[in-house]
Design a protein around this ligand. Structure first.
Ligand code: NAG
Ligand code: NAG
Ligand code: NAG
Ligand code: ZN
Length: 980
């Protein structure tokens, strides 16, 4: 799955980079309370072989016969399984449906009925979502024999996708008629809502799906192609071909009145299709164009062809207007939130377009990592998500190298992993989880970003060829089965030993790849490498320690095996990425290094660690960056910017030295340098908002921005590199938000010409800041103009962009309308949490404005955001946008809701405490930082204008754009991604 957003406490989701995202959070306290309870897991007593599932859904009144309830479905499942454990007189499977009407058990060999305990044939344990079946007294299951369990039940068609399972949605067609559909989102623990099942990733079987749809509806889609369709009057019975052997969470079906194929490669052997609502025609072209090259590249690279994985296997991608995450990898029918799949030229911006490509690559990669091979249990979900996230960038990169996604991976994933993993509360890649809540919580930034970064590090350690061979070993060994990390380690050990490569450790031994891998998988966090150059002796002393962003965290005894790469001023080489050794000790010394100039460790930041240098070396680096930053590779400049901010926060690097190093930003125009810089400056600035010297800090940042804004300009140039478009997108948004006058003037003027009809369109890559500034400066009529425009939009990415812009208003009437609108159907449940955040980010005065509204509408908000975790997020998020006066008002308000909404009270108060800590941090540090940056500006010579310096090697996407609340900044970076 691809996550969507960020996270507050333990989070999940991410849609990445673009914005504040939807949070799918799990409450840490709940997690702790459940720790150690294993009762949610099924015993390995039985081995499922095949399922037959038949579903009859009821939608509108017309399609719901008497005696049935609307938005429910009748279900029948029969599961054939083999018995592993002797003497079983009862057994258990998962189930979380509305009603279980009856169960029957047969022995498959002769179809004989197996008698069940009379009066107590089955029992439902709703707390643990178990269905327990009791055999008659004295009867046991025969080991090795096959049985068939039949369950007749009724299921729910949930109101929103946030409840997962089977849910409904609708859309208005070109004639304004409401059309219904039903979709499924069964990952990770929701198959049990659709059918009683062995609902754990490690249990694999085949599935045959049958749907009795209303005949007036369109043909149904499922994992496999339709085999038979029988018209039976009001209903049509559709029987689909059998799936490959797979986990139950990968099952899907999509029943609709009006979805259809909107793009098709018309290749019978290697089909690829885009499906969507009927009036999205034309928006599937881009998704179709990229699908085949990515599928083919993965098939070649992994040496298992996608279409060979099962007979009749298709490769459909369907856009669902309502979807809880970014996308989900159902085999044969991947479902995407609509804006992650549909592209409309002239309406969808470059950030969203790029995410269509990367999310497609992510979902397609899951076919090998996730579907063909699946983690045994969700404690190792990184095996699914780490690989998918790695190929999200590297498979898309292989198909479209000009997008530079290999480089963008550093700022989007490596750096977000470093951020997320520097908290004391971080968890290891392999992390024990049991309950559904814990499972969902582990679909978090670490499993995605650190999992993917770990694979990149590993690839550079063993070489691409060996890496590729190891993946093949792994897939070939475990296909159609589940896998433990040890299977992956074995695959690497085999490939490495066959390659005859030797990787040396500090002690001169050959590296044991299994212990290298397991250390990174089992340990929380990662280290900072201290580099201290002895110029007389020509040696470099290295020392590692766990990196915590908090200056007060307690040191640990951990010692990571660290691939050491470096380059030097006297013989720079930015392309040699193979480690000179693996440092598996706390300290080490490098001899005979040319130490007269600078040295840079972790070349191109392919490895998971930060680097801190002795002061003299930092100053040499700073000097090089100021004289000619291009001498240092753009990915190392990105690394330096990101590391410097983190090291300053953790008090391992002084502001004097840190800001001195950052001074090169006044000349550098690279996207890769600016993306982490925007995050870093936002983090600081959000802590200074209440302070007097804010204006001085802003002036300092404006001076650094001067050159890059001149270079990028306010217009999108035809055929410019995508990283330039992205850089402008994030930078102008950042600048305008800070109050950069030229940026604001340009935006307001552009907005006015657009509104008055002088220009007919605004480039989608300029809309975020243009519309936001236009509405911030505008009146109710301006706001209504965009409101109406949003309602007329037929592209979801554009609709969400407009929603964000609407949150920028400062007009009271518009603000009231905006808030009220969030709770109506006009804003989908999946967007409501973001809609609140857009509002707080939209203008500094907005969070306080929202307080009375939240107070008066707590009940409605609780219902509208569906998930308890999202409800808590509403209360946590706002605090980061309030000043002290606002916080006081908020505190009072929370007290009045304490009794009725204790979880909101706790979430709100925790957030208030951290907002106050941020404000205090700002008050404590601001003078010092201002004096440092003042000195810098007065001593460094102004850079020559670099407007004619081509920015060929730059660019990249960013994430932290709008003033992000201080409290969330770090979580947000951590996450970046959002659900896939
Ligand atoms: C950098 O190192 C690589 C690998 O050792 C070598 O092939 C390449 O020629 C070197 N490049 C430079 C500029 O020295
Ligand atoms: C690394 O350097 C920082 C900053 O000088 C220092 O605080 C820290 O103790 C050093 N750690 C190790 C393990 O050398
Ligand atoms: C922005 O516009 C205002 C009002 O039109 C004008 O006074 C100001 O000089 C402009 N500033 C810049 C930097 O363009
Ligand atoms: Zn995924």
């Amino acid at each position: 799955m691809r996550l969507i957003g960020v996270i507050v406490l333990a989070l999940v989701a991410l849609t990445w980079a673009d914005g504040p995202l939807p949070f799918e959070t799990e409450d840490v306290e709940i997690l702790n309370a459940e720790a150690g309870d294993n009762n949610y897991r099924l015993p390995e007593d039985l081995d499922p072989i095949s399922y037959d599932i038949e579903i009859t859904p009821y939608f509108t009144e017309e399609t719901t016969p008497p005696g049935k309830s609307q938005f429910s479905f009748d279900g029948t499942v029969s599961i054939v399984f083999k018995v592993i454990k002797p003497n079983l007189n009862s057994f258990v499977i998962h189930e979380n449906v509305r009603l279980v009407e009856g169960v029957r058990l047969f022995k498959t060999e002769n179809d004989a009925v197996v008698p069940l305990l009379s009066g107590r044939q089955f029992e439902r344990d709703t707390d643990h979502q178990f269905l327990k079946i009791y055999l008659d007294t004295g009867t046991t299951l025969e080991v090795g024999a096959e049985y068939k369990l039949l369950v007749i039940y009724v299921g729910n068609i949930n109101e929103t996708p946030l409840s997962r399972g089977v849910f409904r949605g609708n859309y208005k067609d070109e004639n304004g008629v409401t059309r219904w559909y039903l979709a499924t989102h069964l990952q990770p623990t929701h198959s049990r809502q659709a059918f009683p099942s062995f609902d754990e990733p490690g249990f694999k079987s085949t599935f045959r799906i049958t749907i009795n749809r209303p005949t007036s509806f369109s043909p149904t889609y499922s994992n496999m192609p339709l085999e038979v369709s029988l018209n039976q009057g009001e209903r049509t019975k559709e029987i689909f071909r059998e799936t490959p052997r797979m986990s139950a969470y990968l099952v899907t079906f999509h029943v609709s009145d009006g979805f259809k194929v909107i793009a098709d490669n018309d290749d019978k052997e290697r089909p690829y299709r885009i499906l969507a609502r009927s009036n999205a025609e034309g928006q599937g072209k881009y998704a179709l164009e990229i699908g085949t090259p990515i599928t083919n590249w993965l098939s070649d690279y992994l040496k298992i062809d996608y279409y060979s994985m099962a007979k009749y296997l298709k490769n459909d991608q369907i856009a669902s207007p309502y979807w809880a995450s970014g996308a989900t990898e159902n085999w044969g029918l991947v479902t995407y939130r609509e804006l992650r799949l549909l592209y409309e030229e002239g309406e969808t911006n470059a950030v969203d377009k790029l995410s269509i490509g990367t999310i497609t690559a992510h979902e397609l990669a899951h076919k090998w990592f996730g579907n063909l091979i699946t983690c045994r249990w969700w404690d190792n979900v990184w095996i699914n998500e780490g690989f998918a996230s790695y190929f999200e960038y590297f498979a898309m990169h292989a198909a479209y190298p000009e997008l530079e996604l290999d480089d963008q991976f550093n700022i989007m994933y490596v750096q977000s992993a470093l951020s997320a993993d520097s908290a004391t509360s971080t968890r290891a890649l392999q992390h024990t989880v049991n309950s559904p809540t814990e499972v969902t919580g582990h679909f978090s930034g670490i499993s995605y970003s650190k999992g993917a970064s770990f694979l990149l590090m590993l690839k550079h350690l063993v070489s691409d060829d060996t890496f590729q061979q190891a993946l093949y070993n792994f897939l070939d060994d475990r296909k159609y089965q589940h896998a433990f990390p040890s299977h992956l380690y074995d695959a690497f050990e085999k490939a490495l030993s066959e390659s005859k490569q030797e990787i040396k450790t500090t002690e001169g031994n050959n590296l044991d790849i299994k212990s290298f891998m397991s250390y990174w998988v089992l340990e929380q966090g990662y280290p900072v490498l201290n580099v201290s150059v002895n110029r007389e002796a020509g040696t470099i002393a290295l020392e590692q320690e766990r990196f915590f962003v908090s200056p007060t965290a307690t040191a640990t005894q951990q010692v990571w095996p660290l691939p050491i790469t470096y380059t030097t001023q006297s013989s720079p080489n930015w392309t040699d990425l193979s480690p000179v050794k693996v440092m598996n000790t706390k300290t080490d010394t490098l001899q005979n290094v040319p130490t007269d100039g600078w040295v840079i460790f972790n070349v191109q930041q392919k490895n998971i660690y930060r680097v801190n240098y002795d002061t003299e070396t930092w100053l040499k680096i700073a000097q090089q960056l100021q004289t000619d930053h291009n001498v240092i590779h753009h990915l190392n400049r990105a690394q330096i910017v990101d590391d410097v901010f983190a090291l300053m926060r953790s008090e391992k690097l002084s502001f004097q030295v840190g800001f001195q190093v950052l001074q090169f930003l006044e000349k550098d125009t690279s996207f890769y340098s600016w993306y982490p810089a925007i995050s870093g400056f936002n983090w600081l600035r959000n802590r200074f908002l209440h302070t007097e010297p804010l204006a001085l800090f802003d002036q300092y940042v404006f001076r650094l921005l001067d050159n890059v804004i001149k270079d990028l300009g306010f217009e999108v140039e035809p055929n410019e590199h995508v990283t330039r478009t992205l850089n402008r997108f994030y930078l102008l948004n950042f600048a305008c938000n800070m109050g950069h006058q030229e940026c604001i003037n340009n935006s307001v003027n552009r907005f006015k010409s657009y509104k008055s009809g002088v220009t007919t369109s605004v480039n989608p890559n300029l809309r975020r800041h243009t519309f936001c500034e236009g509405l911030r400066a505008g009146d109710f009529e301006d706001w209504s103009f965009i409101f109406k425009r949003r309602q007329e939009s037929n592209n979801q990415a554009d609709e969400v962009a407009m929603l964000r812009a609407l949150g920028c208003t400062k007009n009271d009437q518009a603000r009231n309308e905006y808030l009220k609108n969030i709770l109506t159907d006009d804003v989908k449940a999946q967007d409501r949490l973001n809609a609140f955040t857009f509002f707080y980010m939209g203008d500094q005065s907005n969070a306080k404005f929202a307080l009375p509204f939240i107070k008066e509408n707590v009940k409605e908000i609780e219902k509208a955001v569906v998930l308890p975790a999202w409800f808590q997020n509403i209360f946590a998020n706002i605090a980061g946008y309030l000043d002290e006066e606002g916080l006081k008002e908020y505190e009072t308000m929370l007290t009045s809701t304490q009794t009725e909404y204790p979880t909101a009270f706790t979430a709100g108060n925790n957030a208030i405490a951290s907002a106050r800590a941020n404000i205090k941090w700002g008050s404590d540090k601001v003078e010092q930082i201002i004096s440092v940056v003042d000195d810098l500006t007065s001593t460094t010579t102004p850079a020559p204008s670099s407007s004619e310096e081509p920015t060929t090697e730059t660019p990249a996407p960013g994430s932290a754009t709008v003033a992000f609340p201080a409290t969330l900044m770090f979580l947000w970076t951590a996450l970046a991604i959002i659900l896939k």
